[in-house]
Design a protein around this ligand. Structure first.
Ligand code: C5P
Length: 224
């Protein structure tokens, strides 16, 4: 199969979980491993792109030829992503960003008591929505969605409200799909209304197919 080239293009990818510190030794996080984002970064680099990978905490090795920036919190991911987005031609936001962070991080370890502990949380910035507001008209913006209920309707809403070109919906409540698995079943939604169900695939193959679909439509729309 002949693969569309990304030579001369800058591809920005976010991946992995974020970590929101409660005190110096405890945090709020999620089970994301970064596998999908790292697979996308690897696939884009193989096609000749200059790739910037902004990653939350993960043990995954950096794919060859990829510039990696490690961050911990949603706020750090926000700052790094906004810094690199203006020069990006394609942006894939595969990170599982925490939606809430503690209002304050305790400076020293919280001692346990017999009382209930109440944590006060505030919203983190929505990085993808901010990129949707700032995007250049020629930039391609791809989000991911992970939903447990009304998945398609919620994903379509996100596509519109965050001003994206594509959203890749993860089917979580199916065997072999989602967090911590080597495989994924994605539904691709384009802003035109076009929709495609991909089969259950190893994440590196799902990344190749997603990249193919995005590049094919990009080439078609630039040929018009
Ligand atoms: O709204 P929701 O969190 O479901 O949207 C998921 C998409 O938005 C993913 O692409 C994720 O990387 C991105 N996101 C983000 N910043 C946030 C929350 C989500 O970039 N604070």
């Amino acid at each position: 199969r002949r693969q569309a080239s990304l030579t001369g293009k800058h591809v920005l990818v976010t991946a992995g979980p974020t970590r929101e510190m409660i005190d110096p030794v405890r945090c709020l996080t999620n089970p994301a491993t970064g596998t999908m984002g790292f697979a996308l970064a690897r696939a884009a680099a193989r096609r000749g792109a200059q790739v910037t990978l902004i990653s939350g905490p993960t043990w995954l090795p950096t794919p060859p030829g990829v510039t990696r920036i490690d961050v911990t919190s949603a706020q750090e991911m926000y700052e790094a992503t906004l810094q690199h987005a203006p020069t990006a031609d394609f942006i894939f936001m595969a990170a599982a960003v925490a939606d809430y962070t503690p209002v304050e991080t305790a400076p020293s370890k919280l001692k346990k008591t017999d009382d209930e502990l109440v944590l006060r949380l505030r919203r983190t910035p929505d990085i993808l929505a901010e990129l949707g507001r700032r995007r250049r008209p020629d930039q391609v913006l791809v989000g991911f969605a992970l939903e447990t209920d009304n998945a398609l309707a919620n994903a379509r809403n996100k596509l519109r409200h965050k001003n994206l070109d594509w959203i890749a919906l993860n089917r979580l409540n199916e065997p072999g799909a989602g967090f911590g698995t080597g495989t994924n079943r994605l539904t691709l939604l384009h802003r035109s209304g076009h929709q495609e169900e991909l089969p259950l695939l190893p994440k590196d193959e799902a990344a190749e197919v997603l990249l193919d679909r995005v590049l094919t439509r990009y080439a078609d729309s630039n040929a018009e």
